[in-house]
Design a protein around this ligand. Structure first.
Ligand SMILES: [Zn+2]
Length: 384
């Protein structure tokens, strides 16, 4: 595809090749994205000091009564398991693991959670009303092309609720996505401590109270609502991001957890839609989520993964090109069927909604179907 249909000014980061179609990403004057700049800043940080700061915090919160010292919001994936394992076995804490259930749980996710729990963790598994969850998934898929908006709210809210109820004020979320992956951190401290306004503005794009309608009541949306700022203050909740204190690297997290437990990767050897096999393994719905990013913004799961690997100098730009070309568009029939069954629609309706979300500045309708107007090509790679 040539660049002649240049109705949108698409740019690619000179370092990681992520496109400016990614929501909230920003580029500096030399064409480098904010995720790459954040990583460069991280590389200059003295993490020995940060770990000392972490140790001081842990010391302060370590329970004297043998009760839980902290909460780890925990999917059972490589990152949150890495955090839980280090807190317990390296720092001698007694964390309570809190899971907001995946929407369509996978066997690998379940096995991985069991394998960590076996090492001696207490686990709180919260599964909200599935009738409501399915209705919300369907609604958000239809309206926003994202079937897990409410899940994004739940994974933030339930650990906060449990923290208040059980009086465990210290929480360790994993990384601050807006800083690490190119987003819109609202202030400088955003990468250290969770900010409710960011959740509303960046993660959910809404307040859950707006989801109430003739089908969904105020009671139904409780699991997705955040405690108020006042409640958090009153209970002295400290919701930190562990990655602030640690030289965060998802590949190292994977290597770490693989050396501690029998960590299951994707059973097919490669997760469809990408070339990796080790992350986002807990929920079948993720396949639809990443596919919809491809539809809405023109970059899929392979682009996301390849871009992160480029940032860390793990692959070449040529490899990036191959991975994106081979896998970005891919979604399996099984994944589509399990999603359609979950929200009770036909595959015909699924395709209709997918097409409704195609951004025509990014997609071109041809006699053979849809084609991306802009693709990473040799020319872009050589220019960068
Ligand atoms: Zn970049």
């Amino acid at each position: 595809m040539s660049d002649q249909n240049n109705s949108v000014n698409l740019k690619f980061c000179k370092k990681c090749l992520m496109s400016n179609a990614r929501p909230r990403i920003r580029f500096d004057a030399s064409g480098i994205c904010n995720a790459c700049n954040y990583l460069s800043e991280q590389n200059k940080i003295d993490y020995k000091e940060r770990i000392e700061e972490l140790k001081d915090i842990l010391k302060k919160y370590k329970s004297k009564k043998g009760y839980y010292d902290c909460i780890v919001p925990w999917s059972g994936g490589k990152d949150s398991s890495y955090i839980a394992h280090r807190l317990k076995f390296e720092f001698g804490m007694n964390p309570l693991l809190v899971t907001f259930a995946p929407l369509i749980p996978t066997d690998e996710g379940m096995k991985n959670r069991e394998n960590l729990i076996k090492l001696g963790f207490d686990h709180y598994y919260f599964r909200p009303n599935q009738n409501v969850s399915k209705l919300l998934s369907k609604r958000f898929f239809f309206e926003r092309g994202n079937p897990k908006v409410h899940w994004d709210a739940g994974i933030k809210s339930i650990p906060l609720r449990v923290s208040i109820e059980k009086k465990i004020p210290l929480i360790f979320y994993a990384e601050h996505g807006e800083s690490h992956y190119g987003g819109n951190p609202l202030h400088k401290k955003s990468s250290k401590i969770l900010d409710l306004n960011e959740i509303y503005e960046n993660n959910i794009g809404d307040v859950p109270q707006n989801w109430v309608d003739e089908e969904i009541t105020e009671k139904d949306i409780y699991p997705y609502t955040m405690p108020s700022e006042d409640e958090l203050k009153e209970s002295k909740i400290k919701p930190y991001f562990f990655a602030f204190f640690d030289k965060w690297n998802v590949y190292n997290n994977f290597e770490y957890i693989k050396s501690k437990i029998n960590f299951h990767t994707h059973p097919k050897g490669r997760t469809p839609g990408t070339f990796t096999n080790f992350d986002s393994l807990d929920d079948h719905i993720d396949q639809v989520y990443y596919h919809m990013q491809f539809i809405k913004f023109g970059f899929g799961r392979a682009s996301r993964d390849a871009s992160r690997q480029l940032q860390n100098n793990l692959i070449s730009k040529k490899q990036f090109f191959q991975y994106v070309k081979n896998y970005d568009h891919e979604i399996t029939t099984d994944d589509i069927l399990s999603f359609c069954k979950y929200i009770d629609i036909s595959t015909g309706e699924f395709s209709e909604i997918v097409d409704k979300h195609r951004n025509e500045e990014i997609w071109n309708k041809t006699s053979n179907g849809w084609d991306l107007r802009f693709k990473i090509n040799e020319k872009i790679i050589n220019e960068n």
